[in-house]
Design a protein around this ligand. Structure first.
Ligand SMILES: [Zn+2]
Length: 222
């Protein structure tokens, strides 16, 4: 499995999109519309910051960084590596350093299993997640939320009414694409989350391969 291949960017993005169950009601064309547009939005935004240092960007934009040394395991399947918050008038990015270290370990573990040629250091991963949060900062301050800028979809409310809402995972897809492009990271970052799951035996390698293969069918079938 050569995860550097661009098709895996789309697969990673699709897995992200599918976290919203409303996606199940979409046509194949619409799924591709959300994937293509959100990947493109993130990649294009990164072009504006070519060969810039993420630390300089944080400094120039007065974004504070706090590092928490524990593992942020929110649910069985979900860890957070970083997040951005607005506190008073300041933006603060929290990095969960221990979780990033776990991701480094799980990517080392998977490197051997998948015979990948990539190696990631803690520092590289730290910059990757800082870049991801920087994209969210741009959404807050100048770009607008990615899901607000794309077509809304009909969702049923609790009372059975239909309302138009944005597909929130498109923001995540764009943020990952931004971070990947900005850091010249060799694979789509959301796939790292699956490495953690396999590492902690919350998913088997076979399940991962099946998930990838099923997604690949959807990506190829345009
Ligand atoms: Zn995010």
């Amino acid at each position: 499995m050569n995860l550097s291949n661009e098709i895996y960017d789309e697969i990673g993005a699709l897995l992200e999109l599918e976290t919203d169950t409303a996606v199940q009601q979409l046509s194949r064309d619409k799924v591709h519309y959300y994937l293509d547009r959100s990947l493109e939005i993130g990649r294009l935004a990164a072009k504006n910051y070519e060969s810039k240092s993420i630390y300089d960007l944080y400094q120039k934009n007065n974004i504070l960084v706090e590092e928490l040394l524990y593992d942020s395991k929110f649910t069985k399947m979900y860890r957070k590596r970083a997040e951005i918050k607005k506190r008073n008038k300041e933006y603060i990015v929290t990095l969960y350093t221990k979780t990033i270290e776990i991701t480094r370990q799980s990517s080392d573990f998977m490197r051997e299993r998948l015979q990948m040629k990539m190696f990631f250091s803690n520092e590289q991963l730290k910059q990757l997640y800082l870049a991801h949060e920087f994209y969210h900062y741009l959404e807050f301050t100048q770009l607008g939320f990615t899901y607000e800028n794309l077509e809304k979809i009909k969702k049923k409310t609790f009372f059975g009414k239909s309302i138009l809402k944005g597909l929130v995972p498109t923001s995540e897809i764009a943020a990952h694409a931004f971070a990947q492009t900005f850091c010249k990271f060799p694979m789509y970052p959301s796939l790292l989350e699956y490495f953690d799951l396999i590492f902690f035996k919350e998913m088997t390698e076979l399940q991962f391969v099946e998930l990838i293969n099923n997604s690949k069918k959807i990506i190829i079938d345009r």
